[in-house]
Design a protein around this ligand. Structure first.
Ligand SMILES: [Zn+2]
Length: 305
């Protein structure tokens, strides 16, 4: 037996997703001594900003298009709260841009993540996997939680990246990916990153949210949300069939408080409500209330050992 710590890598499309979907799990394992890290694919430039203070950072309506840079700051603070290290961006910060929801103008931006060559993206992710050598990789579900095209792409490319990283046919420095691009060409210049040998990630988990637990959470917050917020049905939120969940992480108080702190760090994206006599809820810019649950759920989709 070795004493090396467990390593967990979460692959996410936008700053805040690491907290919303996996924050409690990352904090829980980090607090237990694991090395947890997050790879973020875009800067979340198309996020809808809450409040006036930073509203003009967005690209739309002649705004400054600096929301992405600002969100690096939010992500940095969120990751610190989770114990998940420094931000790490696929291809370097700014390589890919938030594609926005399907059908929006942001889909056509030259750097839109949606438009990037999927195999190249997977190879870039594979470089990170070989470097980090995670025992578990966390990705969105196939449907990209609520269907954001960047989430769907991050799922597809993340799953492919695990395969590429494990490909023992090209284990060394001059590794050539299947699209003919040398994996090493994607490593950030000037960094100490080296192409590592192939790494067969033992386990890959997709993010789940059982309808049963979500419904119970919504019931619990119903009488404790701010007046301006709307209580949704489970159908209006990301949720999955109860039976699809194969792993549940029960957040203890320290992990839960870390997730809460991380969510507060994403203040342009989420507002947190902590009532004196009821459970914690939060809302994005749409003012739709969501429970901040004490569980995070996953589905094991790869178990190579
Ligand atoms: Zn997202």
């Amino acid at each position: 037996m070795t004493s090396e710590p467990l390593r967990i890598l979460a692959i996410h499309a936008h700053p805040d997703d690491e907290t919303l979907y996996t924050g409690g799990t990352l904090a829980f394992y980090a607090q237990g001594g694991a090395d947890v890290s997050v790879l973020t694919c875009t800067l979340g430039e198309e996020g809808e900003v809450i409040g006036d203070k930073y509203a003009k950072l967005v690209a739309a309506d002649g705004g400054a298009d600096q929301l992405g840079g600002y969100r690096i700051h939010e992500l940095t603070n969120a990751l610190a709260a989770l114990g998940a290290g420094e931000p790490q961006f696929l291809g370097g910060a700014g390589c890919y841009r938030d594609s926005g929801m399907l059908g929006t103008a942001a889909n056509e931006h030259p750097r839109a993540f949606l438009k990037a060559d999927a195999e190249t993206v997977a190879e870039q992710m594979a470089c990170w996997i070989r470097r980090i050598r995670p025992h578990a990789v966390l990705v969105y579900d196939e449907g990209g939680t609520y269907g954001h095209p960047d989430h769907v792409k991050a799922h597809k490319c993340g799953v492919r990246a695990v395969e590429l990283a494990a490909d023992h046919a090209d284990p060394n420095d001059d590794v050539i990916g299947s699209s003919g691009v040398a994996l090493s060409s994607h490593i950030e210049e000037g960094s100490s990153l080296q192409i590592a040998p192939a790494w067969d990630t033992p386990r890959v988990y997709c993010i789940m949210q059982s309808e049963r637990r979500l419904a119970a959470g919504l019931d619990a917050i119903a009488d404790h949300i701010p007046e301006a917020w709307k209580l949704p049905s489970t159908a209006e939120l990301f949720c999955t069939a109860d039976d699809d969940t194969t792993a549940v992480v029960e957040l203890d108080e320290p992990a839960y408080l870390s997730k809460l702190a991380a969510l507060r760090a994403h203040a342009t994206q989420a507002t947190v409500h902590v009532p004196e006599d009821g459970p914690v809820s939060f809302a994005l810019s749409n003012n739709i209330a969501q429970p901040l649950l004490h569980t995070e759920e996953f589905r094991l989709i790869r178990n190579s050992h």
